[in-house]
Design a protein around this ligand. Structure first.
Ligand SMILES: Cc1ncc(COP(=O)(O)O)c(C=O)c1O
Length: 403
C-alpha cells in the first residue's frame, strides 16, 4: 500500500485522536451463563476436587483430540513438568527446545535437574527447525520439546523421524495450539505426549489448568500418579472401593485440577469449534489487510497446517520503517490497541544468561524475529468492530513510519 505524507494521520502518541476510546486487550476469556451455571452446580455437589467432573472432562478432551488418554493438571506448567518427569528426564540429561517460547517450556527441564538445549527456529513459522534440532543432539539428549508457536503446528513429521532415529521422547508444547491440525490430524495425537494450557487467554479456559494427551497407557498412569503426590490410587477410587489404604510409589506433587475447573472446561470444550472458527476468521481478515502493507509481514502458514491462532504475531520489516519495534509498539498502545511481544527468547532472560552464560547471538533467527515481533489482539470474543480497529490502527501507525 502506498501512503503519501498527505494521507498520514496524527498519531495518538503525538496528540491525535486514538483509533479507539478504550483499550482492546491482546487476549481475553469468554464466559457465558452456561459456564457459570456448570460451575455453580459443581459447587453445590459432593465433589469439589478429585470427583466425577475430572474424568468427564478428560474423557471428552481425549475424544475431541482423538487420543487414548488425557490427564488434567492444575496448569500447563504443571502438565509440562509431569511430561518431563514421565519422559524420564533426570540430572545429566539434555532436552532440546525452541528459544522462542514461554519460559515454562524450558523451565520444566530444569525442574527435573536436566539441561535445556536450545535450537534455532525456522524463519517462516518460527517453530523449532528440525535440522537445527538434529545438530544439537548429543549422547545425553533424552527428549525434544517442539513448540507450536502462535498455534501453528511444529514440523512434527520431521521431528518425530529424527527422534525415532536418535531414541528421543517427543513432548509437544501445544499450549498455543488446541484445535490445530497437521496433515489432517489433530495436534495432541502427533507426539509421545502433548501439553495444553487452559489459561484464560487460551482457546478454552478453566481459570488455570492444563492437560497432557498420550496414547501410551504406561505414560498416562505415571502422569496421573505424578499429579497426585506419586500415590497409586486416588481418594474417589478408595471411597468407591471402601478402602483406606494407599501407597506412594514415586515423588509427585499436588498438581490436580479441581472439579470446579473441570466443570467449566467441559462447557468450554463444547464451544471449541466455534471459538476456533472465529479465530481463523479474524486471522484471515488480518492477513488480507496486512499483506499489502509495506513494512508489515503477516505470519506464514505452511500448506500442511491449519493453525489454531492463539496469537497473531506480525513481524515488522524495519528496513522499510523509520521507527524501531518499540516505537511502533508504543504508538499502537497509544491508539488503545493492546499489543504484546512474544517472546523474549528464553536464553536471553537474566536467569538463563547467568546460569548458562548466554550472551545473545547464539540463535540468530529467533533473536532477529524477536526484535521485530508484535502480537496483535487475538481472541474469539473480538467483535468485527474490534478487528477493524486493529486493522486501522496498524495501517495508521505503520503508514506514519513508512520511509
Ligand atoms: C508455550 C507455552 N508453554 C507453556 C505455558 C504455560 O501454561 P500455563 O500458563 O497454563 O502454566 C504457556 C502459557 O501461556 C505457553 O504459552
Amino acid at each position: 500500500m502506498t501512503v503519501t505524507s498527505a494521507t498520514r494521520e496524527v498519531l495518538a502518541i503525538h496528540g491525535g485522536p486514538p483509533v479507539r476510546e478504550t483499550l482492546l486487550p491482546y487476549g481475553r476469556q469468554s464466559i457465558d451463563e452456561n459456564d457459570i451455571q456448570a460451575v455453580v452446580e459443581t459447587l453445590r455437589s459432593e465433589w469439589l476436587t478429585t470427583g466425577p467432573k475430572v474424568a468427564e472432562f478428560e474423557e471428552a478432551f481425549a475424544a475431541r483430540i482423538g487420543t487414548k488418554h488425557a490427564v488434567s493438571f492444575s496448569s500447563g506448567t504443571a502438565a509440562l513438568h509431569a511430561a518431563a518427569f514421565t519422559a524420564g528426564l533426570k540430572p545429566g540429561d539434555e532436552a532440546i527446545t525452541s528459544p522462542l517460547t514461554f519460559v515454562a517450556t524450558a523451565n520444566c527441564v530444569l525442574y527435573q535437574g536436566a539441561t535445556p538445549v536450545f535450537a534455532d527456529v525456522s524463519p517462516d513459522t518460527l517453530n523449532l527447525d528440525p535440522e537445527q534440532a538434529a545438530s544439537r543432539v548429543t549422547p545425553r539428549t533424552r527428549a525434544i520439546f517442539p513448540v507450536d508457536y502462535a498455534g501453528h503446528p511444529a514440523d512434527l513429521d520431521a521431528i518425530r523421524q529424527m527422534a525415532e532415529r536418535k531414541g528421543l521422547v517427543v513432548i509437544e508444547d501445544a499450549c498455543h495450539a488446541l484445535g490445530a491440525e497437521y496433515r489432517g490430524r489433530w495436534v495432541g495425537s502427533l507426539a509421545h505426549m502433548t501439553v495444553f494450557s487452559f489459561h484464560p487467554i487460551k482457546h478454552l479456559t478453566t481459570g488455570e489448568g492444563g492437560m497432557v494427551t498420550t496414547d501410551n497407557p504406561g505414560s498416562a498412569e505415571t502422569l496421573r500418579r505424578f499429579r497426585n503426590h506419586g500415590i497409586s490410587s486416588n481418594a474417589r477410587q478408595r471411597q468407591t472401593a471402601g478402602q483406606w489404604y494407599y501407597e506412594m510409589v514415586l515423588l509427585g506433587f499436588n498438581y490436580r485440577l479441581t472439579d470446579i475447573a473441570c466443570a467449566l472446561g467441559i462447557q468450554q470444550l463444547g464451544k471449541l469449534e466455534t471459538n476456533l472458527a472465529r479465530r481463523r476468521q479474524i486471522a484471515a481478515r488480518y492477513t488480507a489487510a496486512f499483506r499489502q502493507v509495506r513494512g508489515v509481514i503477516p505470519p506464514s502458514i505452511r500448506s500442511e497446517a491449519n493453525p489454531a491462532w492463539h496469537l497473531y504475531p506480525i513481524r515488522l520489516d524495519l528496513t522499510k520503517l523509520s521507527a524501531s519495534r518499540g516505537q511502533v509498539f508504543q504508538a499502537l498502545r497509544a491508539e488503545n490497541i493492546g499489543v504484546n511481544a512474544h517472546y523474549t527468547p528464553v536464553h536471553l532472560h537474566p536467569y538463563y544468561r547467568d546460569r548458562f552464560g548466554y550472551r545473545g547471538g547464539e540463535y540468530p533467527v529467533a533473536e532477529d524475529a524477536y526484535e521485530r515481533l508484535i502480537s496483535l489482539p487475538m481472541f474469539h470474543g473480538m467483535s468485527d468492530g474490534d478487528v477493524e480497529d486493529v486493522v486501522r490502527a496498524v495501517i495508521k501507525v505503520v503508514a506514519h513510519f513508512t520511509k
